[in-house]
Design a protein around this ligand. Structure first.
Ligand SMILES: [Zn+2]
Length: 279
């Protein structure tokens, strides 16, 4: 795996030293007419500290993506999954967490956003135009996935375990929306995330409820191997939660078998997978 930094800055607004620093390290400068310059830079151990220093002196930062090799994907026993297609908002939008429609919010903490329990279907205004896509997440809801009917059939026929499907309701009606289904992940792992300075930017302890959650760097996530040892499912959520502000999301984790099924049926175009490191 390699770590790729994505740096964005306003063109013509940077010191020559900064731009030279990037050029000397073979950064790729995206060509565009935009006033913003996007730069991709693969991290190297020997100058990572220097990179952070120059980013700081330029009052900017980078987003990190971990780029895995095909072999790492093939060998991964478990991988996180995340749809890249974002659609709509949960309805009704007003106080959607606490208005009692989708969630039981009796244990909700407005300090960290944790404690919601889904009690009923999500409601949406409409069905997406799926095109060639099959997975989506709805805005504001980071750890729930929705799929097309075609994807639901492939997952069901593939005997994937650890999930069920739930209808999505058209807002302001009791009608079931066609061709969109929520994937309900049934299980939660034992605690086992191993935060390190490499993978975690900061750990937030909620002042109101004491709940702990993590803001990640974008580098690979490490979990204790033993929490996966006796699992008899292909999809599960992490015990730990992640996200800034009132975002409180688990990781959704799938087995190699589930990953292979999606690849085989070309359903992996609009989802991002990241192999987990198990120790
Ligand atoms: Zn809290």
């Amino acid at each position: 795996m390699r770590y790729r930094h994505r740096i964005v800055y306003a063109k013509g607004n940077r010191s020559k030293e900064f731009v030279d620093f990037l050029k000397e390290r073979n950064a790729v400068f995206e060509k565009s007419e935009s006033t913003l310059q996007v730069v991709y830079l693969f991290e190297e151990e020997e100058w990572i500290d220097q990179l952070y220093k120059v980013l700081q002196s330029e009052h900017t930062s980078s987003m990190i993506d971990t780029i895995f090799t095909p072999e790492e994907f093939e060998k991964a026993e478990w991988l996180t999954i995340r749809p890249t297609f974002r659609f709509e908002y949960p309805q009704p939008e007003t106080y959607y967490k606490t208005n009692g429609v989708t969630y039981d919010s009796s244990n909700y903490c407005d300090g960290c956003g944790c404690g919601l329990k889904q009690k009923d279907s999500f409601r949406l205004k409409k069905v997406p135009s799926w095109g060639k896509r099959h997975f989506l997440s709805i805005n504001w809801v980071e750890d729930e996935m929705f799929v097309s009917s075609a994807a639901m059939k492939i997952i069901s026929d593939g005997n994937i375990t650890g999930l069920k499907f739930l209808d999505v309701i058209k807002n302001k009606t009791d009608l079931v929306l066609e061709n969109i289904h929520q994937v309900i992940v049934q299980g939660i792992l034992e605690p086992g995330f191993l935060p390190s300075s490499k993978s975690v930017k900061s750990t937030i302890v909620c002042k109101k409820c004491g709940h702990e959650k993590y803001i990640t760097t974008g580098r690979e996530l490490t979990f204790r191997r033993e929490i996966f040892a006796n699992l008899e499912c292909d999809i599960i959520k992490s015990h730990e939660t992640f996200g800034p502000g009132v975002i409180c999301a688990s990781q959704i984790i799938v087995s190699q078998r589930f990953y292979q099924l999606l690849v085989k049926h070309k359903l992996n175009k609009d989802v991002e997978f990241e192999p987990l490191t198990l120790v």
